[in-house]
Design a protein around this ligand. Sequence first.
Ligand code: SAH
Length: 200
Amino acid sequence: MKTELKKELSKISDFENPRISLEQYRTPPSLAADLLHTAYMQGDIEGQKVADLGAGTGMLSLGAALLGGNVTAVEKEEDAIRLLKENMEKLKLDLDIIQQDIEDFNNEADTILMNPPFSHHSDIGLKFWEKALEYGDSVYGISPRGMRERIKDFVGNSSHEVLAVEEFSISLPPSYGFHTEERHETEIDLIITRRKENGA
Ligand code: SAH
């Protein structure tokens, strides 16, 4: 199933002119397939209300829709939404798209998927976590290894608990913020949380 999924996700086009300020990069299909497969096996996708925060060109949203989730993609940037719609047609999938800044997100969801921006200049990534922990019952978030302790602290102060942290290494394209011609290996985490039984 994971191989099939990865093959299908490889059809999703990337950002044309990635906005570094918004940390636009497409989650690699193999990592997206791992995340989606894990969530699916936990019962967090099929027939569930799934929200993808910062949906970009749709890698996580479309993957979740492929696996039978009822998906809402939340994205603020125009060009990304246009590509997301194209990808939706290409894969013949249907999902709801909300053009919105994450600051304004207030929809409850069973499951939240996200690969949010983490920049040195702002705490926007933690804002994504704040929203996900408030509105989602389960959260699957990708983040740079260096953010692990801050995110865990954040989760510790919420109604969620950390279920698992899985480690991956991904290769980012040269366009992405580094002034070199080489692809850049980056250590990242998939952090999975769930609302505690007695969580409000
Ligand atoms: N989820 C996609 C894209 C990840 S890149 C994937 O996995 O491939 C992060 C995305 O978050 C970008 O598309 C960017 O435009 C969006 N984004 C950044 N800041 C945002 C904000 N404040 N509100 C909504 N979307 C935002």
